[in-house]
Design a protein around this ligand. Sequence first.
Ligand code: DLL
Length: 434
Amino acid sequence: MSGYWDPQIERMPVKDLQMLQLDRLKAMARYVYDHSEFYRQRFNEANVRPDDIKELSDVTKLPFTRKVDLRNTYPTGMFCLPKNWVVRYHVSSGTTGKPTVVGYTQGDIQTWTESLARALTSIGLGRADTVQVGYGYGLFTGGLGLHYGAERIGGAVVPTGTGNTERQIELMQDLESTAIACTPSYFLHMIEVAERMGISIRDDTKLKTGVFGAEPWSDETRKRIEEATGIKAYDIYGTSEISGPLCTECHMQQGIHMWADMFLIEIIDPATGEQVEDGERGELVVTTLNKWALPLIRYRIGDLTVKDSEPCECGRTHPRIMRILGRTDDMLIIRGINVFPSQVESVLMKIPEVASHYQIVVSRKGPLDVMKVRVELTESGFSDKIGDLMSLSKKIGKDLKSVLNIAAEVELVEPGVIPRSEGKAKRVIDNRKI
Ligand code: DLL
């Protein structure tokens, strides 16, 4: 059982939290309308004025915003304050089109840090901890975000960033890191490198906590990480647009607490834009309630999840979102069937012969889409008997079909063949777009 960073806020009765949210929503609607040409125009087009917000449900009167709006107003057209208020920029890599720029006032950085201080405390971290930050530092928000959060709770930070994995592991031993923050795929790679160095993370390091996110991962991968290393692996979520890494699960590991005094979250049906009930899967929409350089109103992140507004057993009253299935734009449509890479991962990670690395290759043969799953086997799962490999490949194909409702070709590969990643893993190669 861990304590709270800010018990008054974290355990605030839901009714009081909602009143606070309404006050902040009203103020935010007024603020963006008065400070930004972009928002004023959007509000006017939607025929809504700040004074129309009288209760929380009135949020649905406000227009949605999307990543494309940030791109179209590149670099700072959606900012609500002049440049001399901004103390930091981060920039997302633009895999498609222009990158997006986000900016923070001093207060925005503090709010971001506070959010992480609550989150890290909720997973039991504090002054006694040494937190190795293996997320990328620089334009990516992961490194600096976790760095500030861990310092705020009085932990000691080892700012390794990504890469130089052997050195990471040596430092983990020498500085007695008790927590690691990096992508889950990078940690899986670290486990392998440590093994090659003859080091067991379980027995030869002091590591007890992992703070893993920035990419979709599954409960099955969590189980594998926890079993292989003896650490507790927690999910951390955030996006650069809403600041960076922000919120985690608490020690109950039952969904990510989205701080309601900072964000108003909605889950909508991506097709209709209508809100869906708690428990139903839909697209996460976030309105920031106390972010000033770049506030976001009803921002459609594109991530699919499920909301649970019931207070958590840990005593925190803020709504939770369940493990992110993926971004709507990561969804593959194969012969008309929707497939998320995270579904493939869930199937594969249940099979003991399968290592933690895989790739999905989609191509087109004539008019037909073909999905091939390249599956890496563990040393012990790899057999030189062709019959064993054939029956394993058949089993994997059958398991995938039963979950995805689509036939996938399975290619088994030797240990070490699938490229490893230090940041976000690239699991999908879609040759149809080329
Ligand atoms: O990835 C911020 C971050 C850094 C989060 C470190 C957690 C830890 P972006 O690069 O803008 O920001 O990417 C955000 O990554 O919309 C999701 O699609 C995905 N994502 C982030 N965390 C998770 C997670 C950072 N825990 C995008 N599970 C988001 C699944 C995640 N997907």
